[in-house]
Design a binder for this molecule. Structure first.
Ligand SMILES: Nc1ncnc2c1ncn2[C@@H]1O[C@H](COP(=O)(O)OP(=O)(O)OP(=O)(O)O)[C@@H](O)[C@H]1O
Length: 883
């Protein structure tokens, strides 16, 4: 009898399975357990404890490690500040005693429990345990949960309690896959589970291992394990894999994968983990009922949020918030929107065995789309119909790899997550990831030196990294006043991946002396942080000037962040490398970060165009839970609009043009350019958006420049100045381009050489200078240096190589004729310097040497000085082997 079997038997099976390496032996032992202890073939009570993550009969326990720790402390009646209580709370770090177990909550708990529970089994049966776990999941507050936990503690020993904790945390770490357990249980178990997601049903229907089960089709009301996509490296790869097939390429929407089951007025919203998300019902059920034209149906798709004011999908992460707002009847310009990309069932038949092409046709007939609320994704029609012309479409039939590649690029430029390429002749198969759907996502963006962040805190790891800091809280600098170092750092994100174990250890070892714990409510004052639990590190770096810079990369998209103090956080951040070569104060500042996010993020750009009546603020920044962010300006000073209200009109030469200044030369301010543009009838944007017609820059460096390059041509700022000086629109000769896009290059291929030099346009001296300065000469310079060193190491033609010499020739109260003499002699010296490969400079600041010339005219003391300076000169020449 399964239910009367002692839980200790199951514990022995767990312990044995965990220790045994050979998969076959593990499976054999599991079979033995089923045959010997489940003689009544009532398998579910035991199997739900073996595969707790698949059991949907019991609701969630609402107990993750930290709540479980405090509940156990109460259940055991321990003082909160006792040594063992702290070990439970700090389970990731562990204590001296827990060393090896740090990072594994169940093991740390078992150590603590061992001292209190002893080793004798409490004799709990499988039925009693299941009843108590039912109580635990249905109890509504922590007090009730604590009572159930204390009953469990009374009826078990430490070993049994350890396994119960693992069941509650839904991860037994047995080292045997779900698939092996299913296969050993019954050859059809996995298939049946995939189409029903119902463990109880699987256990009940497949009691006889020798009796095969007729392949079951999907049913309305029972979640199906979703078909998945396989990742490919690039469009060519995708094309190769689907060779000869008819292929549809679709945008990869970034929301929650949701299966909608409609049965009359009964609607379910099943997630990938087959949880029914009833919170979507308030915002969506009515729409689903009215716009699905059949009574029974299963749709596959993505739940997203549509922003009606921006007319686009909102960034990932707001589904729950908007679902709650819909439930509470709150007005908002954002609403839930379901995008159906497939149909699995309609009427009274499953259609997963039909081809995708056929399913698309069914989808078209069955769903009446509603803009921004309920969309269908079809290559011809559906959501594609309301994209404005010029915008990339959401889905299309691809004819070659180049088309897929272009679509992928457009989608990424539009800041979507990626694309999914599908075989139109394929069936829909539950849980399949064999390659009928291929996903293409952008690689991490290598921000290079631009995304340099400072480590400000550390989190203890779990498992292999238990007991040591394994992740970091990183921050950006608050922009310091000129010529000073930053004084405060603003939390940006938590990052843990990217470093090898050795690299991680090296960083942690270096920082260890500066790791300090601070009370939860008062973190170090030099960090601006939130009180969000996700952010709170286990230790802080208590002196930023001792900390280390990390270069991080991330998915190209950022997210608005409530957890961290910076207005945006990074999505899927990774450590690119540790920047031991950089000082702590060389960390990126938050305003530059905002600038680079906004320069590349379509969702934040619409309202920032000069001349529009719209609100000119960039995207609203969410306030943190405790309002720390309120003190920070949402619009950094360099992003705030230039006030051009007082500008009086000049020409209209820039009319119909919108300028975006990537950067400006030090000699000019951004405002001055904005004013020039406005004076001449143009408009400007603070961000790089689709309306910008002219991207202008002074310098081809930086993240913003890279972002602008991805979009197209970049013009040198001198063009704007030249137009204004000549009061006419000068043709955009090639010399005015700082960067030419491939498209423009192609167009101009017949007119220019590799350095963008025109074959037939006449150039003046200024043009040539400009052209030369556009050429990256670093390689040429190093080649010249190489030959100079090789062939004339101490030659008189290169004695002044590398010197930049400033001549002081003016002297106060010098007679005119003496002054002429002095200048004549300095001329000779200057020629000498030039002949020796040096430079003469008139800028004292850039000089490597200063030469003062004196004449024995008005003051006798000068004679001494002449002697000294001549002597100096001789020494100098001698040093260089000239004398
Ligand atoms: N047009 C689409 N077709 C299929 N899946 C889509 C589409 N748009 C968005 N998706 C999402 O992409 C997922 C498919 O990718 P995959 O199967 O690899 O899921 P994943 O493991 O969650 O991957 P990722 O982390 O890349 O989203 C689906 O689960 C779904 O949520």
């Amino acid at each position: 009898m399964t239910e009367l079997t002692k839980f200790s038997v199951l514990c022995s099976l767990f312990t044995w399975t965990q220790r045994t390496k050979a998969p076959a032996k593990k499976r054999a032992k599991f079979r033995k357990f089923l045959d010997n202890f489940c003689t009544d073939r009532n398998y579910f009570p035991a199997i739900r404890l073996i595969l707790p993550n698949l059991d949907r009969e019991r609701g969630s326990y609402g107990l993750k490690e930290s709540v479980l720790a405090t509940s156990l402390i109460d259940a055991l009646g321990m003082a909160k500040d006792s040594h063992d209580a702290l070990r439970l709370v700090n389970w990731r770090k562990g204590g001296a005693k827990t060393g090896a177990n740090a990072g594994n909550f169940a093991l740390v708990a078992a150590e603590v429990l061992q001292l209190r529970q002893g080793t004798a089994s409490g004799g709990l049966t499988i039925k009693e345990l299941n009843d108590l776990l039912d109580q635990l999941s249905s109890s509504e507050n922590r007090g009730e949960k604590t009572l159930v936990l204390s009953t469990l503690i009374q009826k078990t020993n430490a070993l049994e309690m350890k396994w119960i904790i693992m069941i509650i945390l839904k991860d037994l770490k047995l080292g045997i896959s779900e698939r092996s357990i299913f296969h050993e249980f019954h050859p059809d178990a996995e298939d049946l589970f995939n189409v029903t997601c119902d463990l109880k049903l699987v256990c009940e229907k497949l009691r006889d291992r020798n009796q095969r089960h007729k392949r079951q089709d999907i049913e309305v009301g029972k979640a199906v394990r979703p078909q998945l996509a396989k990742r490919v490296a690039n469009a060519a790869d995708a094309w190769k894999k689907l060779h000869g097939k008819e292929v549809v390429a679709e945008c990869k929407f970034d929301g929650d994968r949701i299966q909608i089951h409609k049965n009359g007025t009964e609607i379910h919203f099943f997630s990938r983990n087959f949880i029914d998300h009833s919170e979507y019902a308030h915002g969506m059920s009515e729409i689903i009922i009215q716009n699905i034209l059949v009574d029974r149906c299963i749709l596959d798709g993505e739940m997203l949020v549509w922003d009606t004011s921006l007319n686009r999908f909102a960034e990932f992460g707001s589904n729950q918030e908007i679902a709650k707002a819909a439930r509470d009847g709150l007005e908002s310009n954002r609403q839930l929107c379901y995008v159906a990309f497939d149909i699995l069932y309609f009427g009274d038949t499953s259609v997963i065995h039909q081809t995708l092409k056929e399913r698309h046709e069914i989808l078209r007939k069955v769903v009446k789309p509603l803009k921004g609320r309920f969309e269908i994704l079809l290559p011809n029609g559906g959501i594609n119909n309301h994209r404005s012309s010029g915008e990339p479409c959401w889905s299309f039939i691809a004819h070659n790899a180049e088309e897929v590649e272009r679509f992928f690029k457009e989608t990424i430029e539009n800041r979507e997550e990626g694309i999914v390429v599908k075989d139109l002749s394929s069936k829909w198969e539950p849980s399949d990831r064999s390659g009928k759907w291929l996903k293409l996502k952008p690689d991490y963006v290598h921000a290079g030196s631009d995304l340099d962040v400072l480590i400000i805190g550390g989190y203890y790891g779990s498992g292999r990294h238990g007991g040591e800091v394994a992740q970091f809280l990183v921050g950006l600098a608050e922009r310091p006043s000129p010529n000073t170092h930053p004084k405060r750092f603003i939390s940006l994100c938590r990052v843990g991946t990217g470093l090898s174990d050795d690299e991680l250890e090296a960083v942690v070892t270096k920082l260890k002396p500066y790791f300090r714990k601070y009370p939860k409510t008062s973190p170090p004052s030099f960090y601006q942080v939130t009180n969000h639990s996700k952010e709170r590190p286990d230790v802080w770096v208590d002196s930023p000037e001792k900390s280390i810079i990390l270069s991080v990369t991330s998915d190209i998209r950022t997210i608005e962040s409530e957890a961290f103090a910076a207005p945006y956080s990074l999505r899927f951040p990774r450590i690119d490398r540790v920047r031991y070569d950089k000082d702590w104060h060389e960390c990126l500042d938050v305003q530059s970060f905002i600038e680079l996010v906004q320069s590349g993020n379509g969702t934040t750009q619409r309202n920032t165009e000069y001349g529009s009546n719209k609100d000119s603020k960039p995207k609203r920044m969410k306030s943190s839970t405790r309002g720390e962010k309120k003190n920070m300006s949402t619009v950094p000073s360099h992003l705030s609009q230039t006030d051009v209200s007082s500008v009086t009109g000049g020409s209209l030469m820039f009319s119909n043009m919108m300028f975006y200044f990537v950067n400006v030369p030090p000699s000019h301010s951004l405002e001055s350019f904005h004013k020039l543009v406005a004076e001449n009838g143009g408009t400007f944007s603070m961000n790089l958006n689709n309306a910008v017609t002219h991207c202008v820059a002074a310098d081809s460096k930086g993240f913003k420049f890279e972002a602008a390059k991805r979009r197209g041509d970049i013009i040198h700022y001198t063009w704007v100045l030249d137009c204004c000086a000549q009061k006419k629109l000068i043709p955009l000769h090639l010399k005015y381009f700082l960067f030419l896009s491939e498209l423009t290059k192609k167009k101009l291929q017949e007119d220019i050489d590799e350095f963008s030099d025109s074959y037939y346009l006449d150039l003046d001296l200024g043009d040539i200078k400009q052209l030369l300065s556009n050429i990256n000469r670093s390689e040429d310079v190093s080649t010249v240096d190489h030959y100079r060193k090789k062939y004339c190491p101490k030659d008189k033609w290169s004695i002044f190589n590398g010197c930049s010499i400033y001549f002081r020739t003016t002297m106060p109260s010098l007679k005119e004729d003496w002054q002429i003499l002095l200048e004549l002699s300095s001329k000779r010296f200057k020629v000498e310097v030039l002949m020796g490969g040096g430079k003469v400079t008139s800028n004292l600041n850039s000089a490597t040497h200063v030469v003062a010339l004196f004449l024995p005219s008005c003051h006798t003391n000068y004679e001494d000085e002449i002697q000294i300076s001549l002597q100096l000169r001789e020494n100098f020449l001698e040093e260089r082997g000239c004398i």
